[in-house]
Design a protein around this ligand. Structure first.
Ligand code: GRF
Length: 209
């Protein structure tokens, strides 16, 4: 069974959705850069090993990222899932996890990379908004797109109302993207993701019939 490490910074509702999805994978660790991340409690109660790499103890980015990589390697995961992990990761760290690190972003990328996506969507007057699960590359919020979900932006929406509508979709698509990953169904070609009908292993078997 493939192993997943989930990185969080706060609430951890996406992490919770992934754990609750009952995927054919083991959530081997939940790692936070903040000791007070609320999601750590849920993870511990679910019997998942938790680790804190406290960013305040590592003022230099490289030292922080080395400690984070070490924490991740402790459970040798097949996949690293960033779920509300509020740190920009350097090219070295990203390169080390290339092809096996994914992120969820609360906008329909390439629109609104970065912070305050819901506020900016309302300011721009877009009529649809949503979320994106993508592979992580050194350029923040720009990696190959695995899945997106769109929601309507309604007249009079507050930032909180729009965020809640998007979050519901995040909880649906992130576990699905991870399912595809652990089933070996994701193929990246020229920066684009294809989702195979069956996993790589299964198609090899089918080819042998
Ligand atoms: C989510 O909206 C996620 O897309 C963004 O930060 C938020 C984290 O929420 N990157 P949670 O910690 O998963 O509840």
């Amino acid at each position: 069974m493939k192993k997943i490490a989930i990185l969080i910074s706060g609430r951890g509702s996406n992490m919770e959705a992934i754990v609750r999805a009952g995927l054919p994978a083991e959530v081997a660790a939940v790692i936070s850069n903040r000791a007070d991340a609320a999601g750590l409690k849920f993870a511990a109660q679910a019997g998942i090993a938790t680790q804190v790499v406290d960013e305040r103890r590592f003022p230099a980015r490289e030292a922080f990222e080395d400690a984070l990589a070490e924490a991740i390697e402790r459970c040798s995961p097949d996949l690293v899932a960033l779920a509300g992990f509020m740190r920009v990761l350097g090219a070295g760290f990203v390169g080390r996890h290339s092809g096996r690190m994914i992120n969820i972003h609360p906008s329909l990328l390439p629109a609104f990379p970065g912070l305050h996506t819901h506020r900016r969507a309302l300011q721009e007057g877009v009529k649809v908004h949503g979320c994106t699960v993508h592979f992580v590359t050194p350029q923040v919020d720009h990696g190959p797109i695995i899945i997106q979900a769109a929601v309507p932006v309604r007249a009079g929406d507050s930032e909180a109302a729009l965020a809640a509508r998007v979050l519901q979709q995040e909880h649906r698509v992130y576990p699905l993207a991870i399912r595809w990953f652990v089933e070996d169904r994701l193929v990246v070609e020229n920066g684009l993701v294809r989702v195979n009908e069956t996993g790589a292993n299964q198609s090899v078997l089918a080819g042998n019939d």
